[in-house]
Design a protein around this ligand. Structure first.
Ligand SMILES: CC(C)(COP(=O)(O)OP(=O)(O)OC[C@H]1O[C@@H](n2cnc3c(N)ncnc32)[C@H](O)[C@@H]1OP(=O)(O)O)[C@@H](O)C(=O)NCCC(=O)NCCS
Length: 209
């Protein structure tokens, strides 16, 4: 069993705990110790797992024993800071057993694929990405490090999502689109042109706010 921590005791942290439980039902491999959080009270219980300490505590613990984990926060800068600070954590790639993923997909360490995702051929997914519930990822997509894709998004073939870009719930992207670093696409938007400047984009077709 791998001793495992979830960094971030927010709502998505609880969903990661659910993901760990579902993975364990198929292949019992994680001993979920609890959550790490710098802003919440130690000892609080969330869906059966406690906040066991803060980052300082985790650094100490990870120097003494082998520890596995993921970051449940979604802000790319926050994730990068944790990755830079937590040198001894072994970042796991978590994939829900219900996800349908072709054999030609690569997924980097620390990335999380939750329930109901379908990922087509020749897709490269970087480190510390999140593909949340029920998305479809088309063939030949490139999803760079720290990207977050919220529930129900549909990415057509040859989409490129640059580092740390964020797609809100239900975003659709037509084929051969590139979305740049620092772009936030609002829920329900349809992206029909390359997004080349950082900023927030909403609507059908997606336009800068
Ligand atoms: C796009 C988004 C990031 C903008 O957030 P924000 O910067 O706080 O913007 P505001 O809420 O102040 O809204 C600014 C304007 O944009 C509009 N707007 C906000 N989100 C929009 C969206 N998704 N589609 C269309 N218009 C939107 C608002 O109506 C408002 O218009 P107004 O000025 O005419 O009243 C946010 O609304 C969003 O869609 N986030 C995605 C959240 C999500 O999917 N989470 C997943 C959780 S699992």
């Amino acid at each position: 069993m791998k001793d495992f921590v979830i960094i971030g005791a927010g709502d998505f942290g609880k969903e990661v705990a659910w993901l760990i439980e579902d993975i364990n039902k198929v292949h019992n491999q994680y001993n979920l110790l609890g959550y790490i959080d710098d802003n919440k009270e130690i000892g609080i219980e969330l869906n059966g797992y406690k906040i066991i300490g803060n980052t300082e505590y985790l650094i100490k613990m990870s120097q003494e024993r082998e520890l596995f984990g993921v970051i449940s926060m979604q802000n790319p800068e926050v994730k990068k800071t944790f990755v830079g600070t937590l040198k001894n954590i072994k970042w796991e790639t978590l994939i829900h057993p219900s996800a349908i993923i072709t054999r030609t997909v690569t997924i980097g360490e620390g990335s999380i694929i939750t329930a109901g995702n379908i990922i087509s051929n020749n897709v490269n997914i970087g480190k510390h990405c999140l593909i949340n519930l029920g998305c479809t990822v088309g063939h030949d997509n490139v999803i760079e490090d720290y990207v977050c894709i919220m529930p129900g998004c549909n990415l057509s073939g040859f989409t490129t999502l640059k580092e740390g870009s964020y797609l809100g719930t239900g975003v659709k992207v037509i084929p051969r689109i590139t979305i740049c670093e620092g772009a936030v696409i609002g829920a329900g938007a349809v992206v029909v042109r390359d997004i080349t400047e950082p900023g927030t984009y909403v609507g059908v077709p997606a336009r800068k706010l």
